[in-house]
Design a protein around this ligand. Structure first.
Ligand code: NDP
Length: 286
């Protein structure tokens, strides 16, 4: 039988990109399933994005991830945008269907899967408080809304940005999404079932920073989650854990966005435990 030397290619486009750990989990997944695929970490400056996507088409890459600063800019270079990615207004994953490149957003879906699978919380009919109104918050609020969360309260430092996001997502998803400006320490309401830090507060190297929230008076069943994945145990999560509250770290979101991408690209059942372990090892948190 002739040997097939041709590998299928996937990869991540961003700038800066050298410290991006997602390749480790995708490569581990390919190896675990015996797939002849490779995942490339590719440095692409903003003014080369258009040419890079032409290259993706020419080289026949089967899938790509986009990270900072390309998640919005890539959309105009694709053939189709999945409905939830269109609501979010950003694409972090591209899959190929024949010659067509289709933009997806697996960030919010990854978060949702972590909430459901790792924290065993079904957000349908629940109340969520989301801190932040940037790209991560947009993806998380959209998926929470589409999953039937009954009340989503967005709290953000810059009121204009928060109000705009809430008005836009409430109109597009028809969900109940409200906004509250973040002034001083924010007291998390007693009826919240889920608190999400979708700000970058606490992100390395600023690891001693904690979102100014007061957890006194929250219900004991609340799930406290963080989109920040470096460090995995943020000060917010440590404080919640100390109170005996359930917590969900940002690594879960990062792993599951990759798990969903892997499934979209290969059509295979992703080896989730392998991917999580590889990511943790790559990040030095194993
Ligand atoms: P953006 O820059 O788009 O948004 C940052 C948000 O944080 C804004 O709402 C901003 O508020 C708020 N913020 C930042 N500093 C402060 C502060 N000192 N006080 C109050 N609010 C603050 O970032 P992203 O949405 O892309 O990313 C947010 C976090 O999510 C990052 O840590 C990122 O690493 C993480 N992330 C994790 C993923 C995962 O898979 N786990 C995936 C994607 C992102 P304002 O509007 O007032 O400026």
């Amino acid at each position: 039988m002739p040997t097939n030397f041709k590998a299928e290619l996937a990869g991540c486009l961003g700038q800066p990109i050298a410290e991006n750990p997602t390749g480790a989990m995708q490569e581990a997944a390919f190896a675990a399933l015996g797939l002849n695929w490779r995942y490339l970490i590719l440095e692409v400056p903003p003014d080369k994005l258009r040419e890079a996507i032409v290259g993706v088409r020419a080289l026949g890459l089967r899938g790509i991830n986009l990270t900072i600063p390309h998640k919005v800019a890539v959309m105009e270079h694709l053939d189709e945008i999945a409905p939830d990615a269109a609501v979010i207004g950003a694409v972090n994953t591209v899959r190929r269907e024949g010659d067509r490149l289709i933009g997806e957003n697996t960030d919010g879906k990854g978060f949702l899967r972590g909430v459901k699978v790792d924290a065993k919380l079904d957000p349908a009919g629940k109340r969520a408080v989301v801190l932040g109104a940037g790209g991560a918050a947009r993806a998380i609020v959209t998926e929470l809304a589409l999953a039937g969360t009954s009340d989503i309260l967005v709290v953000n430092r810059t009121a204009g940005r928060g109000e705009q996001m809430v008005a836009d997502l409430a109109a597009k998803t028809k969900a109940r999404i409200r906004f509250e400006p973040w002034r001083g320490t924010y007291r998390v309401p007693a009826d919240a079932d889920l608190l999400v830090n979708a700000t970058s507060i606490g992100l390395f190297p600023d690891v001693d920073a904690m979102p100014p929230v007061d957890l006194n008076g929250v219900r004991p069943e609340i799930l406290v989650s963080d989109a920040v994945f470096n460090p995995a145990e943020t000060r917010l999560l440590a404080a919640a854990r100390q109170r005996g509250l359930a917590v969900l770290d940002g690594l879960s979101m990062l792993v599951y966005q990759g798990v969903i991408g892997f499934q979209l690209w290969t059509g295979e059942n992703p080896p989730e435990a392998v991917m999580k372990k590889a990511l943790q090892e790559a990040m030095g948190v194993a």
